[in-house]
Design a protein around this ligand. Structure first.
Ligand code: BYC
Ligand code: FE
Ligand code: FE
Length: 472
């Protein structure tokens, strides 16, 4: 592992200084990245000073530094987590062999595909969120949005580093293409569906960071187990940043619910007060939760089986030794599969083919824990409303439930029932128009929009009324 070099044009701990060819390739990509940021990122705020955290190391005793920075001058770096030099592969067909420092030829295509798919989501999210700064409910929230954005930019760098270093000309071409596909672009969209959905409002943003960034956590965690050591270390370090994104979402949704509960407690109608009614929040949660569950891919997947067999993608916390069969050859996964008549029938899927389903189950458990935390607060406030995390069958476009109809509890419904009830379960045009009508910027220090509660604490020990953004 190299020293952290913060003086370099691209801060890194991968020894770029000693690899002139790679350095040159990355320094050629850098202006293209900056052009992309200026065109497709939060371009209205490029001249403002934002109180941001920047990764400056990988050690436990403080890996980040907080200061004011203009976003285009953010120091996007390449960092690999530290780890043992002689790590062994701990799952799949290559169990017990040494982890790879280079890409074995027969795994090249599949590995590249995984890295490109991961990399594609990072700039996609920045594109999806690019206009939100114009309607931030507070300076604190505005700053958090930009923190998430610059870190997703760094995650793109992490994947581009791998493509440039280990995949030659193909990798460089893929790195360029990552800046050419755009979220929602009809001709050249982002690879995964949820990353083409618009994020029009802060309600979308907080649901996205709760549920979609959390898919990020689980996918990164699965890749952090990888036998390809540079990928494992890259994603391990990305996970340290990811925690803040999910926190932003969880707290954001929590603060909206809290505000609505307060208003109801005063005997007032949230709609008349310009807050977000509970039923609309539940619909947004249903929408982003189901779109995010699609990101796990099919429950029965030969792709997933191959990735596991090759040692490219493990199970959640595979390295903690919590699974009894690290080859996953002896067990099966019980899934409820729809019959042609629309009934649910229990079937067994060989475990390796069910890796996406297993990861999804870990994710759902985590989401239910978050939901419980929101509900505890609602209970404390004396409200009857409770958030419900939708069934993994609800509104799915990928996997075994796609093309079938279920209510949010997961009960089969007919297509007619679905059509009649859809507006009770997912945001309608009217709901979206209402939520949009609430979105106005509040840029005054210490002030906040009426539809959301202030956070209990600020950032990095600063108070809520800190000047998180200094406008030029
Ligand atoms: N949309 O075998 P299947 C994050 C495709 S989020 C469109 O069932 P597989 C972040 C699939 O590619 C984490 N297409 O599933 C969050 C395949 O196509 P091909 C991102 C989809 O391949 C917030 C076909 O359907 N990271 O970091 O095992 C902000 C059959 O697929 C979708 C990763 O995803 C979909 N939803 O699993 C910023 C990790 N789902 O090959 C960032 C890398 C599936 O037949 N990716 N397809 O042409 C993977 O591990 C896998 O590609 C997937 C899919 C889990 C996505
Ligand atoms: Fe990310
Ligand atoms: Fe993220």
């Amino acid at each position: 592992m190299s020293e952290v070099d913060l003086e370099a044009k691209i801060p890194n701990n991968v020894g770029l200084r000693d690899n002139k060819r790679l350095m040159k390739a990355l320094e050629t990509w850098q202006p293209a990245f900056l052009d992309w940021w200026k065109d497709m990122g939060p371009s209205d705020f490029n001249e403002d000073q934002i109180y941001l955290r920047t990764a400056v190391g990988v050690g436990k005793g403080g890996w980040a530094h907080f200061d004011y920075v203009k976003m285009p001058e953010y120091r996007w770096g390449i960092f690999l987590a530290e780890g043992p030099e002689d790590r062994k592969i701990h799952f799949g067909d290559h169990l017990g062999e040494n982890a790879w420092k280079e890409v074995p030829g027969e795994m090249r295509n599949r590995l590249r595909r995984l890295i490109v798919t991961q990399g594609d989501t990072e700039p996609a999210s920045v594109e999806q969120q690019r206009l939100l700064g114009k309607t931030a409910p507070s300076l604190y929230d505005l700053r958090n949005l930009f923190q998430v954005n610059v870190e997703e930019g760094r995650h793109l760098w992490a994947m581009v580093y791998l493509l440039h270093t280990y995949f030659g000309k193909d990798g460089r071409e893929e790195a360029e293409a990552l800046l050419q596909r755009h979220s929602g672009d009809e001709d050249n969209p982002r690879i995964l569906e949820a990353f083409n959905n618009p994020i029009e409002t802060w309600v979308d943003f907080f649901c996205f960071t709760t549920f979609t960034d959390r898919d990020g956590k689980y996918q990164l965690a699965a890749l952090a187990e990888s036998a390809f050591d540079p990928l494992a270390r890259s994603t391990q370090f990305m996970l340290t940043e990811e925690a803040f994104h999910m926190q932003t979402g969880e707290n954001g949704v929590g603060r909206i619910l809290h505000r609505t509960a307060e208003i109801e407690k005063e005997g007032k109608d949230p709609r008349k007060e310009g807050a977000v009614p509970f039923d609309i929040m539940q619909k947004y949660i249903n929408f982003w939760a189901s779109a995010s569950m699609d990101l796990f891919g099919g429950e029965d997947s030969t792709n997933a089986a191959e990735s596991f067999a090759m040692g490219l993608k493990g199970r959640y916390r595979e390295g903690d030794g919590i699974y009894s069969d690290p080859r996953a050859l002896e067990q099966s996964y019980k899934a409820e599969i729809p019959t042609p008549e629309g009934k649910l029938e229990e079937k067994e899927i060989p475990l390796r083919r069910a890796m996406n389903a297993l990861l999804l189950d870990s994710y759902v458990q985590d989401c239910k824990r978050i939901t419980m935390r929101w509900n505890r607060d609602l209970e404390k406030l004396g409200t009857d409303f409770r958030v419900v995390f939708p069934s993994k069958r609800f509104n799915r476009k990928q996997g075994i439930y796609a093309g079938h109809f279920y209510d949010p509890e997961g009960n089969p419904v007919t297509e007619e029932e679905w059509k009649a009830k859809q507006g009770d379960w997912l945001p309608t045009d009217a709901d979206r128009a209402y939520v949009k009508s609430l979105m106005h910027p509040v840029y005054e220090k210490g002030k906040i929009a009426n539809w959301i509660s202030p956070p209990p604490t600020g950032v990095n020990g600063q108070p809520f009324d800190f000047e998180y953004v200094k406008f030029h």
